[in-house]
Design a protein around this ligand. Structure first.
Ligand code: B12
Length: 427
């Protein structure tokens, strides 16, 4: 049996510059599952020119983010036309909460669950010719003898309630290692520790995943995984690296015991402020860069986002990170309601606090979130490709052209950043 594991990517304005280029870790997890049960498999990813071999696949697994929704469906159709006997499986974070968009005649299975053991069970049942009509966490397109046609059977909801003992297969990573980057930082591996998120920001998609069930990281497991990978930087992509002081202390304890590693991770500003005394120890334990979702310097907007942070704390957070020489990537959101004075206020904040590296997103309701439910009737487009955080998908107060000018104008400061220049020169 031969399985293709394919990440369907869509070029966005962001990905054209490719400031961040990393391994398709979700496919490496699926590869890990297949290697364990001795199933031949091939990762296909055009970003790294990993082409599919010239063989007939028995199963094609497709994954991709919201922007690739249309492209995933097109790919499924193309594969089914080229190889009529192939089974098409679709999964991944976008699919998990938007399964009905993929209920097409040329698709066979759609994963609403992220449980890797369910993936293993499905592959084994296809391989062994066992037909299970309805599987937990999987919608299946099955032939109905009475109706004489295929119909979609919706699988029961399924959540992951404890860490699964599955290790990603990093052969692909080691092939593409020298092409990976996080801005000026080269040779960057991804690490996933926790599942879901235990904060409740209204715009965020991640907290909705896994049915809202949060499973914390096991730092010993992460450290062991990191020690087995040949890389210079390790980006732990969990929504928050630590949600409380105890977690941070456990992290310091674990990472002090292993050879120093350079870690990039997400932290909240309130956590940093409440634990300023730990920053030196965190730096010594390997924390090299933190990504902080500040979102906005306007407390009214923060309240609307249910972010539960206070923008008056932000300057202290930024200066404390600088003092410890921990790099910062600051994340901001601009609202389509913004007038020129709001853009100016944000620009001033970035300048006054000397923020060297930042990204600014245009508030984009992602299907599956609370913000989406609130604003879905106001959307000006339904084209998935436009939901890349860099397009207006809601009506703006300013004329659109002026909005975009102000939005891109805010980014001009980035050309004064040493880190950005390092990235450009290295590229
Ligand atoms: C790193 C990252 C990236 C990297 C790419 C990472 C990669 N793996 O290739 C970069 C920086 C390039 C990127 C870009 C974008 N990203 Co991004 N990214 C992330 C981030 C931080 C981590 C993703 C990751 O690699 N996780 C590690 C893997 C292993 O975890 P996982 O995907 O959850 O997979 C697990 C399970 O879900 C399951 N699983 C996954 N796939 C499948 C498939 C099957 C069949 C099965 C059974 C199971 C399964 O198994 C895995 C192991 O547990 C997430 C936020 C987050 N904290 O998760 C956002 C996130 C995935 N990105 C998002 C978005 C929107 C984008 C962009 C479109 C926009 C943008 N400006 O960021 C672009 C466009 C990319 C493109 N051209 O297609 C959204 C996706 C929303 C959605 N509905 O699709 C997220 C959730 C952020 C958010 N809160 O909105 N991203």
């Amino acid at each position: 049996m031969i399985v293709f594991l394919k990440k369907v990517r869509t070029k966005t304005i962001f990905s054209r510059f490719e400031p961040v280029k990393v391994e398709p870790l979700e496919l490496e997890y699926l590869k890990g599952v297949l290697e364990d049960i001795n199933v031949e498999n091939h990762i296909v990813d055009e970003l790294y020119s990993l082409k599919e071999p010239k063989v007939v696949p028995d199963i094609v697994v497709l994954t991709g983010y919201n922007v690739s929704e249309g492209k995933i469906i097109e790919e499924a159709k193309k594969y089914k036309e080229n190889f009529p006997k192939v089974k098409i499986i679709i999964g991944g974070v976008h699919v998990q909460l938007n399964s009905n968009k993929f209920h097409k005649e040329y698709v066979d299975y759609v994963f609403t669950s992220q449980r890797l053991n369910s993936f293993k069970n499905l592959i084994e049942s296809i391989r062994d010719g066992k037909r299970k009509a309805i599987l937990k966490g999987i919608d299946s397109n099955i032939y109905n003898e009475n109706l004489k046609k295929k119909e979609w059977n919706i699988g029961e909801n399924e959540f992951v309630n404890q860490q699964e003992e599955i290790i990603p297969d990093r052969t692909t990573f080691h092939r593409i290692l020298n092409k990976t980057r996080f801005l000026e930082k080269r040779r960057v591996a991804l690490i996933k520790g926790s599942i879901g998120c235990n904060y409740k920001c209204s715009f965020c998609y991640c907290k909705e995943l896994n049915g809202g069930h949060y499973i914390p990281s096991d730092y010993d497991k992460i450290a062991m995984e990191i020690e087995s990978i040949d890389s210079d930087f390790f980006w732990i992509v969990d929504d928050v690296l630590f949600s409380n002081r105890r977690d941070a202390l456990r992290f310091i304890d674990t990472f002090k015991k292993i050879k120093l590693k350079k870690i990039i991770g997400y932290l909240r500003s309130d956590f940093i402020l409440e634990n300023l005394d730990l920053l030196t120890k965190l730096k010594e334990a390997g924390l090299t860069e933190v990504i902080v979702g500040f979102e906005t310097n306007n407390n009214e907007e923060l309240k609307g986002y249910e972010k539960t942070t206070d923008s008056l704390d932000y300057p202290k957070v930024i200066s404390s990170l600088k003092k410890e020489k921990i790099d910062l990537s600051a994340l901001f959101i601009v609202n389509p309601d913004y007038r020129l004075k709001d853009f100016k206020k944000l620009g001033q904040f970035i300048k006054e606090n000397k923020i060297e590296v930042f990204t600014i997103s245009i508030l984009t309701p992602i299907r599956g979130t609370k913000t989406y439910e609130l604003l879905k009737n106001d959307l000006t487009t339904k084209d998935p490709k436009k939901f890349d955080f860099l397009h207006l998908v809601l009506p703006s107060k300013l004329p659109r052209l002026l909005f975009y000018l102000a939005f891109y104008g805010l980014h001009l400061r980035l050309i004064t950043s040493k880190r950005i220049w390092k990235y450009i020169l290295k590229k």
